[in-house]
Write a protein that binds this ligand. Structure first.
Ligand SMILES: Cc1cc2nc3c(=O)[nH]c(=O)nc-3n(C[C@H](O)[C@H](O)[C@H](O)COP(=O)(O)OP(=O)(O)OC[C@H]3O[C@@H](n4cnc5c(N)ncnc54)[C@H](O)[C@@H]3O)c2cc1C
Length: 389
């Protein structure tokens, strides 16, 4: 594959594959049926160092570059464990990079270090019942009083919200985009979480609605500077979206490979269905789409490594493109499996359910296209375009 491949990246992939084969694969079907999110897996992933691959060594990470995080996401996507994978990713790549970027040394020691070890579970709470895409429309407030803040409000669809030990909570502290983020400990009086049930997919992930009723939070829990929360969140979203693109790409690769294998073994009209040109052409189109997903994603990864959150154009394009294409590829993989694809037996049904979230979570495709259109329209303003009229 085209990502940066060093011996270390290969080692991560190999050891994570072994780990998931032993610790997840034998149980995942039952967990899916039970809609169970395993807390134990967080601890085991942490013990093995999988959360810390791209985090600095001083906080218990391995100090590798972002390609290492890509390697972890790639392997998880190829195990068709969308729900559990999302829970692990929502712990590892939503709140923790924010704490690393703007947290105090004390906060890093208290939250980042145990979270990378898998001893504490983390979540990030932005979305509310009345505000998702429109982040500026959130209503949860934090009011300053003496040496503390008082938080009131509610958050919706928060991954790991019921199992988290701490949650990075985004609040309003003033007019407009005056946002402040807090590291909120879930044992705080006045806090309650309830399970959000009836999800279409992602059954092995925990999803919660959160309630904050006059929760008193010491000022030491402010993450970064007061009133700067919105900008921190927007920067942090780049990493989240990039890994969503990686996940989409490799979930699609898994589905394509499954479809190819199935097309060789399934017979109809006296021959393997893979001998029919229609099926072969489907596979060709899926493979071409997948190649395009890899190209745009790897370009965005390198752009992110070189330019950080300024890589917004390539990351947003990669997120929008791969999430949409992955849904098409997985849908076609299900079609190639015929009626068996509709059953749970081959795993394709699970991938089909889970991948539906790709174009919604971490910013919807419509919002991605809004961002892309603003950037490219602005870029053309500064170009000389030959006009033949
Ligand atoms: C399983 C699951 C897990 C999640 N985990 C988390 C989490 O851990 N933390 C967290 O904070 N959030 C989480 N979310 C929330 C997720 O990020 C939001 O659902 C998403 O951002 C969309 O917000 P919304 O659901 O309020 O939809 P809305 O914003 O209400 O959008 C509804 C529709 O309108 C479209 N739309 C909105 N504005 C525009 C516009 N300006 N132009 C064009 N179209 C527009 C949208 O694209 C969408 O199609 C999760 C959601 C789910 C379902």
């Amino acid at each position: 594959m085209a990502t940066k491949e060093t011996a270390q990246h290969e080692l991560i992939k190999e050891s994570l594959s072994k780990f998931l084969t032993k610790e997840v694969l034998p149980y995942i079907d039952q967990w899916e049926k039970d809609k169970y999110c395993s807390r134990e897996i967080f601890q085991k992933m942490g013990e093995q160092g999988f959360f810390g691959v791209s985090f600095p060594e001083q906080y218990g990470g391995s100090g590798l570059d972002f390609w290492a995080a890509v390697a972890v996401s790639e392997v998880m996507a190829k195990f068709n464990m969308g729900g559990l994978g999302m829970s692990l990713y929502a712990h590892n790549f939503l709140p923790l990079p924010l704490i690393l970027a703007v947290g105090t040394e004390e906060q890093k020691q208290k939250y980042l270090v145990p979270a990378l070890k898998g001893e504490k579970i983390a979540a990030l709470a932005i979305t509310e019942p009345g505000a998702g895409s429109d982040v500026g429309g959130i209503k949860t407030t934090a009011v300053e009083k003496d040496d503390h803040y008082v938080i009131n409000g509610s958050k919706m669809f928060i991954t790991n919200g019921n199992i988290a030990d701490f949650i990075v909570v985004v609040t309003k502290t003033g007019e407009g985009y005056d946002f402040t983020n807090f590291i909120f400990e879930t044992h705080t009086p006045g806090f309650k979480s309830i399970e959000v049930k009836n999800k279409l997919g992602m059954h092995t992930s925990d999803t919660a609605q959160l309630f904050f009723d006059n929760c008193i939070v010491p000022k030491t829990q402010v993450l970064g500077q007061k009133s700067m929360g919105f900008y921190y969140i927007m920067n942090n979203l780049q990493e989240e979206r990039l890994l969503a693109a990686v996940t989409a790409t490799f979930a699609a690769e898994w589905a394509l490979e499954k479809a190819i294998l199935y097309s060789k073994e399934r017979e109809a009209f006296g021959r393997p269905i893979g001998k029919f040109q229609v099926i072969r052409h489907k596979i060709a189109e899926m493979a071409t789409k997948l190649e395009a997903c890899k190209a745009i994603t790897f370009r965005a990864v390198q752009d992110f490594i070189d330019n950080g959150a300024a890589a917004v154009k390539t990351i947003t394009m990669a997120k929008a493109f791969t999430c949409h294409e992955a849904q098409l590829i997985i849908d076609e993989a299900l079609q190639i499996h015929g009626g068996w694809g509709y059953m749970e037996d081959y795993g394709i049904a699970r991938a089909f359910r889970d991948c539906r979230l790709l174009t919604i979570g971490a910013g919807t495709s419509e919002i991605m296209n809004e961002i892309i259109s603003k950037i490219v329209i602005e870029e053309v303003k500064h170009k000389t375009v030959i006009d033949h009229r």
